[in-house]
Design a protein around this ligand. Structure first.
Ligand SMILES: C[S@@+](CC[C@H](N)C(=O)[O-])C[C@H]1O[C@@H](n2cnc3c(N)ncnc32)[C@H](O)[C@@H]1O
Length: 195
């Protein structure tokens, strides 16, 4: 059984719902914005790409990606965050927000040029199958970008590096990044689906 702090954190941030989810969504939109925007910059989008955003939460990164890509699809298990992300992107006709998660995106094979996920790798119950699912939906040569709070990441940088390789990615790079001003250190990864 989880303790009250674990229960509250999960409701606010892990699987947002109810009042705690609403408060968590507001906080994430402010505190995680720099990371979301930095991950979009790492993607070096040209306006032509199809992008999958996994676990967008309130949708700050989703909106940023939509401004630089042809089409952006988000898969998000929390109904409350799907509403928040869709609301943030209202008026953008190249954004679709759907139910789903990293383990089961519901997307076709080789559909995306870029897959990105910010602050949810630590929530995936089974990381290698989830990474294999993201490899499946990337086109050959497509790029995976991951970023998450270092202190919550099971296995740390080395564990993430090993799991991304085990899931069949190549050109794997894993590093630490510190958001300017405030915010905890992030572990970030870039990898390529082999051709
Ligand atoms: C801590 S929030 C991060 C949201 C946003 N990317 C940010 O950094 O502000 C985690 C998000 O991942 C979603 N999530 C939880 N489990 C997930 C899974 N297995 N696959 C994808 N997303 C998941 C949650 O519903 C929540 O919206």
């Amino acid at each position: 059984m989880s303790s009250f702090p674990e229960f509250a954190l999960d409701r606010a941030f892990g699987h947002p719902r109810g009042l705690l989810g609403a408060a968590g969504g507001w906080l994430m939109a402010h505190r995680n914005a720099a990371t979301e925007q930095q991950v979009v910059r790492l993607a070096r989008l040209s306006g032509a790409e199809r992008v999958l955003v996994v676990g967008p939460g309130p949708g700050v990164g989703l909106r940023a990606a939509a401004g630089q890509a042809a089409q952006v699809v988000a898969v998000e298990p929390s109904e409350q965050m799907r509403h928040a992300a869709a609301h943030r992107c209202s008026g953008l006709d190249n954004v679709t927000v759907q139910g789903g998660d990293a383990e089961s995106t519901g997307q076709p094979d080789a559909e995306f040029d870029v897959v990105m996920s910010v602050n949810n790798v630590q929530l995936w119950p089974d990381r290698i199958p989830a990474l294999a699912e993201l490899r499946r939906v990337l086109r050959p040569g497509g790029t995976l970008l991951l970023s998450t709070h270092s202190q919550w990441l099971p296995g740390g940088r080395a564990g993430l590096d090993a799991d991304v390789r085990a899931a069949g990615f190549t050109d794997v790079q894993v590093w630490a990044w510190q958001p300017r001003g405030r915010g905890p250190t992030q572990v970030q990864a870039r990898a390529v689906r082999p051709g």
